[in-house]
Design a protein around this ligand. Structure first.
Ligand SMILES: Cc1cc2nc3c(=O)[nH]c(=O)nc-3n(C[C@H](O)[C@H](O)[C@H](O)COP(=O)(O)OP(=O)(O)OC[C@H]3O[C@@H](n4cnc5c(N)ncnc54)[C@H](O)[C@@H]3O)c2cc1C
Ligand code: SF4
Ligand code: SF4
Ligand code: SF4
Length: 431
């Protein structure tokens, strides 16, 4: 999987290896890939059987909804946590954490598999099983990097009671395959709470942003990709050192490095909407009624169990959620653009002789072809994997970041007067 570029670092292989023979190592490009210890491996083949990276297999293909790009919704909402601590500490509206806290309080679950950012010379995200409200809150906010979340499955056997898992679509694919192979896990994993996910970023993004904020490589520090306490929703990048110094970078710094640090595997992934989760959560893009100043979450109940959890959380008074049409969420997430970008990238990738995930032939019909459109994304991902050392890669990002910053400045000379003129015309027309 690693050699053919189809690994998305879900961690299902290491979490289910009976010999504990798999660990993850960060590559120069900032991807996390599994390494097998030949001394411990007994060639049982379980890691290959559970891997959703290359092979979805029947367990997943059979479960795919009619339109795999949008999925099914039983009921869709937009809203927020009513607990100010949870809300102000959240990424969008805190509904992800609030559903976990509600399930924990009502003894529906005993813990939740979540992800925190570990401070250090190179801060990196890490998964753990949270069994208190404080531990759930310590994992709030999005970490836009690969996390082998399912590596934690090995610990579930000794964990008393059931858990909910919060994961990206690739994590949810991995857990479904794991549940299929190990039916004993079914009782342990009660809810699959999915996050909408267009892509992650190589772990180099953290090092680059920390460097850009002016921190020394040797310093202990931490990074929050989007902190609402900086200038409100959607939040800016917050970097801090253990000696109390902190620097805020505008969110556009993260957006500018996206084209260079998105792993190729994310371009090959169709499942932005996390269609196989019980409940999916995301930012309220394009939802007119959403509070865009302080943030809210969109929430999609996809299964009966998911709907029951959401309704019970509403009933408990911990969240406020307003029903909205699912089509508004799909439009706001620009799923038609996703279809085209996905098919364009896959076809160009294949034309270079590179392998595609096994779901490509069955899903292709749901996306229009726009050959050539993804040329720049393919070029960037090939370049990202070509560096001999980390410094060279960081210099490449810096060079592109500078060029794009300049381009943005030139564009704004034209765009701002144009926007101002449009605003004036609309005021004039209205009034
Ligand atoms: C890589 C990534 C890409 C995303 N892309 C989009 C997008 O394109 N469109 C969109 O609308 N929303 C996207 N989201 C989701 C969005 O950023 C919020 O996570 C979501 O709105 C839930 O916010 P909340 O306030 O309800 O959650 P909070 O209460 O802040 O809780 C966040 C939860 O996310 C979990 N988490 C954080 N990072 C990771 C990770 N890397 N892997 C697994 N779990 C994690 C934490 O464990 C925590 O439980 C993305 C999230 C991530 C991590
Ligand atoms: S083949 Fe079996 S023992 Fe070897 S790494 Fe894979 S799961 Fe572990
Ligand atoms: S199971 Fe997940 S982490 Fe392991 S090789 Fe497959 S995709 Fe990669
Ligand atoms: S785009 Fe797909 S493969 Fe990439 S992080 Fe998101 S869910 Fe995983």
């Amino acid at each position: 999987m690693v050699e053919n570029g189809l690994c998305h670092s879900c961690g299902a292989c290491s979490g289910t290896c009976p010999e504990g023979a798999i660990r993850f190592e960060e590559t120069i490009s900032g991807f996390l890939f599994p390494i097998v210890d030949p001394e411990k491996c007994t060639s049982c083949g379980l890691c290959l059987a559970v891997c959703p990276g290359e092979s979805f297999g029947d367990a997943l293909v059979d479960k795919l909804p009619e339109d795999p790009f949008t999925g099914r919704s039983i009921r869709s909402y937009v809203g927020r946590s009513l607990d100010e601590r949870v809300y102000s500490n959240s990424q969008s509206g805190g509904v992800a954490s609030e559903l976990l806290i509600h399930a924990l309080r009502s003894k529906d679950i005993s813990g939740a598999i979540v992800v925190t950012m570990n401070p250090g010379v190179h801060p990196r995200p890490e998964a753990y099983i949270a069994s208190s409200e404080e531990e759930i809150m310590a994992a709030q906010k999005s970490k836009y990097c690969p996390v082998p979340l399912l590596d934690i499955l090995g610990q579930l056997e000794h964990f008393p009671g059931a858990v909910a898992i919060v994961g990206l679509s690739c994590h949810i694919h991995g857990i479904i395959k794991a549940l299929d192979l190990f039916p004993g896990l079914t009782e342990k994993v009660k809810y699959r709470i999915g996050l909408i996910c267009n892509h992650s970023l190589s772990c180099v993004s953290i090092d680059y942003l920390v460097m850009k904020a002016g921190f020394e490589d040797s310093e202990e520090k931490n990074l929050i990709f989007r902190d609402k306490s900086c200038r409100g929703y959607p939040g800016d990048i917050w970097v801090s050192s253990t000696d109390g110094r902190s620097v805020i970078l505008r969110d556009r710094n993260r957006k500018r490095i996206k084209p260079y640090l998105t792993p190729p595997r994310c371009h090959l992934c169709f499942d932005k909407m996390n269609v196989l989760s019980d409940v999916t959560l995301g930012d309220p893009h394009g939802i007119i009624s959403a509070d865009r100043k302080n943030g809210e979450s969109v929430c999609i109940a996809r299964s009966r169990a998911g709907l029951a959890l959401v309704e019970s959380a509403i009933g408990s008074g911990r969240v406020t959620l307003r029903e909205i049409p699912y089509s508004d969420i799909v439009r706001g997430q620009k799923i038609d653009r996703k279809r085209a970008a996905w098919r364009g990238f896959c076809e160009e990738w294949q034309s270079l002789g590179k392998p595609l995930p096994d779901y490509f032939p069955s899903i292709r019909k749901h996306a229009d072809s726009i050959a050539g459109h993804s040329h720049r994304s393919v070029e960037n991902t090939l370049r990202l994997s070509s560096f001999g050392d980390r410094k060279e890669l960081l210099d490449w990002i810096k060079e592109n970041d500078r060029k794009d910053l300049l381009l943005d400045a030139v564009r704004s000379v034209y765009t701002y007067p144009l926007l101002a003129a449009r605003k004036l015309v609309s005021i004039f027309m209205r009034g």
